[in-house]
Design a protein around this ligand. Structure first.
Ligand SMILES: [Zn+2]
Length: 268
């Protein structure tokens, strides 16, 4: 599970009052704990919050046993820093190379790989990469599926998706290495200096950042969260998620306004 902004993810969990997944709920719980701790909550306060997300399998344990389990969870969660606020700079020289690829899918995949690579090397969680002396650079742990999803390649069959990867490998733009049965990669064209084309700080639509840069007439940003959205005939200002939040907020304001008005009437 690839989560680019744990703070954002945790806020959503608290809002929805349930985990997004069943199989990865342990990871979601760690994220929640890290976020609550970063907000300055004490261990007891954190416990109170995460008790709202039931720990499956603890129904038959006594309180003391459950406490021990919770303390272990807390310790594990806080052994890593909260991942949030990463800003990735994309340089013009990198965009030129990406845009020079004829195959659209390969172009999109390479851009997503670049953003992910630059994000990953900033992490304090060192399980995500290792320094390769052979390549003289950091090699980052990669899950093909995550990259394909973010690059919009899931519409292709699996063999086709690997062909897209191979285009990049054959061009020498993507170098992969297998280490302890995990895949690691680096991008020889990735740089840390030069003219910045743009920066990525919202990772909800990574591919959108490239499309927006290349074709600003067809895309715009959500006015609430900054995510790239496609321009349509309707003059919508927000992404689907924010449209709901903004509507709720407006309803609430409208309701509160009505309440103060009626209070005044009562006072009279
Ligand atoms: Zn939005």
């Amino acid at each position: 599970m690839l989560i680019f902004d744990e703070k954002k993810y945790a806020i959503d969990l608290l809002k929805n009052k349930e985990f997004n997944t069943y199989r990865k709920r342990d990871i979601e719980r760690y994220i929640l704990i890290r976020y609550l701790a970063s907000e300055g909550l004490s261990s007891q306060e954190i416990r109170k919050e995460i008790d709202k997300f039931p720990l499956v399998g603890c129904e038959y344990l006594d309180k003391k046993e459950v406490d021990i389990i919770y303390n272990k969870i807390l310790e594990k969660a806080l052994s890593q820093l909260l991942v949030t606020g990463v800003v990735v700079n994309i340089y013009k020289s990198e965009i030129d190379i990406i845009n020079s690829i004829e195959n659209e899918e390969a172009r999109n995949l390479l851009f997503v790989l670049l953003v992910y690579y630059k994000w990953a090397v900033e992490q304090s969680n060192t399980n995500m990469y290792f320094f390769s002396r052979y390549n003289n650079t950091k090699m980052v742990l990669v899950n093909d599926l995550d990259m394909w999803k973010n690059a919009g390649l899931m519409k292709l069959r699996k063999a086709e998706r690997y062909k897209v990867n191979n285009i990049l490998i054959n061009k020498g733009l993507y170098v992969e290495d297998n280490f302890k049965s995990n895949n690691y990669f680096y991008l020889p064209f990735s740089v840390d200096s030069g003219d910045i084309a743009f920066s990525v700080s919202n990772f909800d639509n990574i591919l959108g950042e490239l499309l927006y840069y290349n074709d600003p007439d067809s895309y715009k940003r959500c006015q609430e969260c900054g995510m790239v959205i496609k321009k349509t005939r309707s003059p919508k200002k927000y992404c689907t998620k924010c449209a709901k939040i903004v509507k709720n907020r407006q309803n609430k304001e409208y309701y509160n306004l009505g309440k103060t008005k009626s209070n005044k009437t009562v006072e009279k």
